[in-house]
Write a protein that binds this ligand. Structure first.
Ligand SMILES: NC(=O)C1=CN([C@@H]2O[C@H](COP(=O)(O)OP(=O)(O)OC[C@H]3O[C@@H](n4cnc5c(N)ncnc54)[C@H](O)[C@@H]3O)[C@@H](O)[C@H]2O)[C@@H](O)CC1
Ligand SMILES: Nc1ncnc2c1ncn2[C@@H]1O[C@H](COP(=O)(O)OP(=O)(O)O)[C@@H](O)[C@H]1O
Length: 280
């Protein structure tokens, strides 16, 4: 078994960047999101909502037209034009192989995804972008669930579920990226680094779209840190664990012991962050 340590709320609070009087939308960080597809446009809405609720200077949304329309209906503050970006979120709400699509309504966002992978900026790689991890030039954190991890590494599902910490560590070493393995407990590890575990989630969070929101929270945290100086794989591991704790605590707030929707979780993120900041 791989040794694992639960990240504390004090550590998470210390990782939250608070804007100061001299900040502007660019110095706070811009997260670029190429998420959602013609088939799964809702994932784009959830990720953008989560990123904005986490606090970031700008969300630049560059997915397919149908998803962009829905994002703008929900969040007119999202910017859908190309421009400066400090960190990317790729692949939520896309089918495997999304970066290789060359025809149809999702081809333009596939091209943008290939450019983001080659940009050297930090990357949050989710769902349909996972199989493109080998083309990531910048530091990357991948966010698979157990079955996605198996698809990526060829490991056995029962073995991953029995020892997620070892599976996450082996994947990080094999792929040379930081791995955030989702589940009731979420395991996060950089190649050769310490294993961090987030244990704040409630089982009510096991609902479609919850992972899309996690990717948005994480993308916002990465962009706000990258705006202050380059993040590396070890830094991405701490931010990944922090994002999972914020996600889980927001879910506890949204649930209050009962069912939740993913937009409820997103709506609970600002109060969750405010409570963490009061505790530091
Ligand atoms: N509103 C939306 O637009 C939504 C879009 N979604 C997108 O839908 C696409 C497909 O996602 P799926 O994860 O369903 O597809 P997958 O094809 O990756 O998963 C389907 C298979 O994986 C298994 N599986 C799922 N979660 C697991 C876990 N935690 N442990 C072990 N096995 C697990 C399922 O039993 C099933 O056999 C993704 O791009 C995703 O981002 C989902 O996020 C749901 C919401
Ligand atoms: N039993 C559970 N208890 C707590 N959290 C869970 C549980 N099952 C899943 N989650 C969380 O819910 C999210 C599901 O993400 P994912 O599998 O990508 O689903 P989707 O693709 O539908 O968004 C992850 O953040 C995961 O950690």
């Amino acid at each position: 078994m791989s040794e694992a340590r639960t990240i504390t709320t004090a550590e998470v609070a210390a990782l939250l960047r608070v804007p100061g009087p001299h900040d502007d939308k660019y110095s706070r960080g811009v997260v670029g999101m190429i998420t959602g597809s013609t088939r799964y446009p809702g994932a784009a809405v959830l990720g953008v909502e989560a990123a904005l609720r986490t606090g970031v200077g700008m969300v630049r949304y560059l997915g397919p037209a149908r998803a962009a329309d829905l994002v703008l209906q929900r969040r007119p503050e999202a910017v859908t034009a190309e421009g400066r970006v400090q960190a990317w979120v790729l692949g939520s709400g896309m089918d495997a192989g999304a970066a290789s699509v060359e025809e149809g309504p999702d081809a333009e966002s596939a091209g943008r995804m290939r450019a983001a992978l080659a940009s050297g900026h930090p990357l949050v790689i989710d769902a349909g972008a996972l199989d493109a991890v080998g083309s990531a030039r910048g530091p990357a954190i991948i966010t698979p669930h157990a079955r996605e991890l198996c698809r990526l590494t060829g490991s056995d599902l029962d073995a991953v579920l029995a020892d997620p910490a070892s599976a996450a560590r082996a994947a990080a070493d094999q792929l040379g990226v930081t791995v955030l393995l989702k589940g009731h407990a979420t395991h996060v590890v950089a190649p050769g680094g310490p294993m961090l575990v987030a244990r704040s989630a409630t089982p009510w969070l096991a609902t479609a779209g919850a992972g899309d929101a996690l990717a948005g929270i994480l993308g916002a945290l990465v962009a706000t840190h990258e705006a202050a100086g380059p993040v590396d794989l070890a830094h991405l591991a701490r931010l990944g664990a922090a994002a999972a704790v914020v996600h889980g605590l927001a879910a506890q707030r949204a649930s209050a012991g009962g069912p939740l929707t993913v937009l409820d979780v997103c709506a609970a993120v600002p109060a969750t962050i405010a409570a963490l900041l009061r505790s530091r």
